[in-house]
Design a protein around this ligand. Structure first.
Ligand SMILES: *[C@@H]1O[C@H](CO)[C@@H](O)[C@H](O)[C@H]1NC(C)=O
Length: 335
């Protein structure tokens, strides 16, 4: 008798929970405009007037729909999320965030890692203490400076044993080498050339990041030097593997798609083209649980984007250019 009673009570309780969940779902699920308000509060976004808020709301709504339908239907091994870029169109996002200018004159330089024969099956330069925390370029198209600096920080750690955060702003303000134009774009190889001529680069602490073009302060003592730089032979992921096994490597990619803007986690498999527009840094490689090989890539869009600021991009793809052109223009400073 007692057990029947308990059973009845339990069943009643479960039905009660179902009913209240169903009610709360219809009553409490936030509307898209409430989600926009919550998102604005979370990211401290303030719009100048009602017209701008309406315009931004519409973009937010379109992006949320895109992200949710992607996560539900795309059948991809990675997910998107409603991140801090959710009120920007992809066009606006590309204009303010990318800024890699494809190279016109890639060198025929020697490749010092050509004869590296045994590479470890995985590499993560973060675990070797050769990678500084993820930085945020903000609304300035100087990805090229962040990419070059991350590669500099890596080789400096390998050479001196010390990890020092170096200055992107010095490159933004002072480097007019080749095609480098501060927030309007540039090229990692030109940055390496400038750093060599400049007798080094100072620290982040000495010359902090402002995220706008400024006047060059030349009185900053260099904290890290390089001898020069080399290009990894183009369109050979195997060559890139030897390089990344040896030090963090600057790479250029096509980061123009919505999927890149809202990437959240997993191994990114595209879609993407090969119109190189963004500079990032390959700081390792590995193989995911499902067997997909990936490059571990440090971005400069803050730690809220992707996997704590990183993206894993599929490695050893059919195209010789690599996914999103990652194998087209890799390069690195030499110590
Ligand atoms: C690689 O090995 C070849 C053959 O021994 C040699 O000629 C070449 O200089 C080596 N390359 C480098 C970068 O060490």
């Amino acid at each position: 008798m007692a057990s029947t009673y308990q059973c009845f009570l339990a069943a009643f309780f479960i039905v009660g929970v179902w009913a209240s969940q169903a009610t709360s779902r219809t009553l409490l699920e936030p509307s898209i405009s409430e989600r926009h308000e919550q998102w604005m509060a979370r990211y401290g976004r303030v719009y100048k007037d009602v017209a701008e808020e309406e315009q931004r709301f519409k973009i937010f709504k379109d992006n949320v729909e895109l992200i949710e339908s992607f996560n539900k239907d795309a059948g991809k091994p990675y997910k998107l999320s409603v991140n801090e870029f959710a009120d920007q169109t992809n066009e606006e996002f590309r204009e303010s965030r990318n800024g890699y200018i494809p190279s016109l004159t890639r060198g025929s330089s020697t490749f010092m890692y050509e004869n590296v024969s045994a590479v470890p099956s995985t590499m993560d330069w973060r675990k070797k203490g050769a990678v500084t925390p993820v930085k945020d370029q903000g609304q300035c198209g100087c990805c090229w400076a962040f990419s070059a600096v991350a590669a500099m920080e890596g080789i400096t750690k390998l050479k001196t044993g010390k990890l020092v955060s170096l200055s992107e702003q010095e490159l933004v303000d002072c480097d007019t080498s080749g095609q480098d134009q501060g927030c309007e774009g540039g090229l990692m190889d030109d940055a390496f050339q400038f750093i060599q001529q400049n007798q080094g680069l100072t620290t982040e602490a000495n010359y902090p990041y402002k995220g706008v073009d400024g006047t060059c302060n030349t009185k900053k003592a260099p904290a890290a030097k390089i001898n020069g730089y080399e290009d990894v032979p183009a369109n050979r992921e195997k060559a890139l593997l030897k390089a990344v096994a040896s030090q963090p490597i600057s790479v250029a990619i096509d980061a123009s798609g919505n999927a890149f803007q809202f990437y959240s986690s997993g191994v990114f498999t595209g879609d993407c083209g090969t119109n190189l527009d963004h500079g990032v840094t390959a700081v390792g490689y590995g193989t995911a649980n499902d067997g997909t090989k990936y490059w571990l890539v440090k971005n400069s869009w803050g730690s809220g984007w992707g996997e704590n600021g990183y993206i894993r991009m599929q490695r050893d793809v059919d195209a010789k250019e690599g996914l999103c052109g990652i194998a087209m223009e890799p390069s690195y400073p030499t110590a």
